[in-house]
Design a protein. Sequence first.
Length: 670
Amino acid sequence: MTSKNKINEDLANERRKCNFNIEEVTYILDGGKEKTLQRKKIEDVALNGGASVDDIPEEYLSARERYENAIRKSCIYTNIVKNEVLEITGIENYGSPVLRRTGDAFFKDISPFMLHLGMFVPSIIGQCTAEQQATWLPRALDMKIIGAYAQTELGHGTFIRGLETTATYDPETEEFVLHSPTITSYKWWAGGLGRTANHCTVVAQLYTQGKCHGTHLFIVQIRDLETHMPLPGVKVGEIGPRMGFNTADNGFLGFNNYRIPRMNMMMKNAQVLKDGTYVKAARHGKLTYGTMVFVRVTLVGEASFNLAKAVTIAVRYSAVRRQSELRPGSIEPQILDYPTQQHKLFICIATAHAFQLTASWLWNTFTAVQAEMKKGNVDTLPELHALSSCLKALSTSDATAYIEQCRFACGGHGYMLSSNLPFLYAFVVATRTYEGDYTVLLLQTARFLVKAWEQAESGKVVTPTVAYLNRHFTTNGKMIWDNSPEGIIRVFQSVAAGKISLCVRSIRNRITSGMDHEDAWLMTTVQLVNAAEAHCRSVILHTYWNEIVRLTKHSSDNVKTVLNQLVMLYLTYWALERTGDLLRYSTISENDIDLLQRQYEELLVKIRPNAVGLVDAFDIRDEILQSTLGSYDGRVYERLMEEVQKNPLNKEPVDPSFHKYLKPLMKSKI
Ligand SMILES: CCCCCCCC/C=C\CCCCCCCC(=O)SCCNC(=O)CCNC(=O)[C@H](O)C(C)(C)COP(=O)(O)OP(=O)(O)OC[C@H]1O[C@@H](n2cnc3c(N)ncnc32)[C@H](O)[C@@H]1OP(=O)(O)O
Ligand SMILES: Cc1cc2nc3c(=O)[nH]c(=O)nc-3n(C[C@H](O)[C@H](O)[C@H](O)COP(=O)(O)OP(=O)(O)OC[C@H]3O[C@@H](n4cnc5c(N)ncnc54)[C@H](O)[C@@H]3O)c2cc1C
C-alpha cells in the first residue's frame, strides 16, 4: 500500500470494532437492496471518469470564472446522464434523488441546471395538459430548452397572491401580454435565471375580459436560442453575490408588454379559451401551488442527505483527531471518545435516519394523493399540504442547526472550505427560507390543526396524522408518563394536542373579549407556530419509530439492535429537550427525568463503537463528500496539506503586493 491509499489506523480500528452488517443498514436507508445496487451502478457510470474535474478548487475563482466552470461541469454531467445513466434508469428518473446525489460530485456549491431539473421540469409535468407536455417536456428533458422557476418578486415571496406581474389576455392576437408594472414586480431570486435559462415558468396575475383571476403559471421564452440574447421586451440579469448558491446564477426578470402565445399558459388546472373565457380550476383552488408542494416533499430527503454528509465528515474526523489528555501523561484520546462530542454527533446520525425514513413515507403519501387527485378526489390535499409544510420547515431547520453542530465539532478545521462543511451549511440554511419560510409554513400547518381540533371537538373522526386529537377528547387529565417508545410518542402527541387546545382557547377568548377573528389569530401566532412544531415533532417521532419496527422485522440481530439504539436515542433526546412540555402535559416526575438522562448517556456509550460503521452505512463516496476531513481513508492532515498546494496564493514565494504596497509602507517614515 502506498501512503496515498493507506487507511488511517484509528479509522481502521473503528471499522474492526463495528459489530453490525453495514450493507444491511445501507439497504434499509436506500429503500431496499435493489435500490442500493442501482444507485451504486449509476454512481460508477457517472463518477468513474473522475467527477471533481477542477484543477483549482472553485472557491479560488472569480465570480465569472466560477459561473463558467459551473456551466462547463453541468454540461459534462448532463452528457454523462443523457448518454449513459438514463439507459440504466429510464428517462422518467431524470432529476431523481440519485442523480441529484451524484451531481454533488461535480459541484461544491450548486449546478446552474438545478432549478431546471428541480422546478422547471416538474412544473411542466404537474401544471401542463398532455398536449402541452408533448410540446415542452421532451425538449426540456433533452436540454434543448433550459428553464427556471420565476415566481418570487422583489416585493413579494411569501404572499403569492400579492405578486404584481400581470398576464393580460388579448383575444385579437390570442396572446398574453406579460408586464412588470413596478420595480417591486420584478422577478427576483429564480435560480438559473440570471445567465443560463432561455425559458422559464413565470407566475403572474391573470387578467382576461377585464377581470383578474389570480396567479397562474406561464411558460415564457426569454432568450434567443441561437444568440442567447434577451428577447425584446425582456430585461434579465444576475442578482449579485449571496450566502451560498453562488454558482446558481439567481436572477432578476422584468417584462415590458411582452407577448406570448395563449397556449403558453399552463392549462392543466384552469384555462383561458380563445375568446378569452376563463375556465376555473375544477377541483381545488390551490392546485397551481403544486410544484411547491412537490419540492417541499423532496426537501425532506435533501435535509437528510446533507446532514448525512456533514455527520459522515464529523464522525470520521472525530475518530482521527486526538486532543487533550484525560489523565496526566496518558495518550491523547480520539475526540470521539468525549461524551460531549458523542452528544453533538450521534443525534445527527439518528436525525438523518429519521428524516430519510420520513421522507420516503412522505413521498408515498404524496404519490397516493396524486393518484387520488387523478381520479378527481382532492379530499386528501389539505392534509398533504399541512404535512409537507411542517415537515419541510422542521427538517430544513433541524438539518441547518445540526450541520452547524457538525462543523463546530470539527474545531478550527471545520472552518476550512475544503472540509465542505461551510458549503453544506450555506446550501442547507437557504432551504429553511426558500420554498416557503419556516414560520409561514408552520402557520399553514396550524390552520389545518385548528380545523382538525374543531372537528375532533364536535365528535368527528379526523385523519390519521391528527388522530391523537380524537383521543384528547376521550381522556381526562394529563397523559400518564411511560418510558416505552410508544409511551414517549403518546406523550408527544398529548403535548401537541394540549398546545393546539390552548391556541383554540386563546383565539376564542380573544374573540369573546371583542377582537375579530383575524386579530385573534394574529395575536395567537406565536403559540400557533409552537403548536405546529409540536405536532410535527410527534409525526417525525411516530414515523421514525414505526418505520424502524417495520423495516427491521427481518434484519439480523445486530442491525436491529443498533438501529433501535439510534431511534431510542432520538426519542430520549427529544424528551430531554422538551422536559418543560412533558412536565406540563404529562405525569412525568423528577425521577423519570433523571432516568431519561441516564438512559441517554448509556445510549451514547452503546452507540460509540458503531459510530464510524453507522456513517459508513450512509455510503457516500469521497467524490460526493468532497471533504478533506471526511474521506473514507481518514488522511485528514495529508489532504489539508495537499489542498494547500492548490492555493494560487502559494504559487510564488513572494506576492507582488509586497513590492507594490508593503515595502513602501515599511520604508516610509512616521
Ligand atoms: C444536478 C441535478 C439536479 C436535480 C434536481 C433534483 C431536486 C432538487 C431538490 C430541490 C431543488 C429545489 C431548489 C428550490 C429553490 C427555491 C425555489 C423557490 O423558492 S420557488 C418559490 C417558493 N415560494 C413559496 O414557497 C412561497 C410560500 N408561500 C405560499 O406557499 C403561499 O403563499 C401561502 C401558502 C403561504 C399562502 O397562500 P395563500 O395566501 O394563497 O393562501 P391562504 O389564504 O393562506 O390559504 C388559503 C387556503 O389554501 C390552502 N393552501 C395554501 N397552499 C396550499 C397548497 N400548496 N396546497 C393545498 N392547499 C394550500 C391553505 O391551507 C388554506 O386552506 P384553508 O382555507 O385553511 O382551508
Ligand atoms: C437561495 C434562494 C434561492 C431561491 N430560489 C428561488 C427560485 O428559484 N424561484 C423563486 O421564485 N424564488 C426563489 N427564492 C425565493 C424564496 O422562495 C423566498 O425568498 C421565500 O419564499 C421567502 O419569501 P420572502 O423572501 O418574501 O420572505 P418574507 O415573506 O419577506 O419574510 C421575511 C420575514 O417575514 C416573516 N413573514 C412573512 N409573512 C408572514 C406571515 N404571514 N406571518 C408571519 N410572518 C411572516 C417571515 O417569517 C420572515 O421572518 C429563493 C430564495 C433563496 C434564498
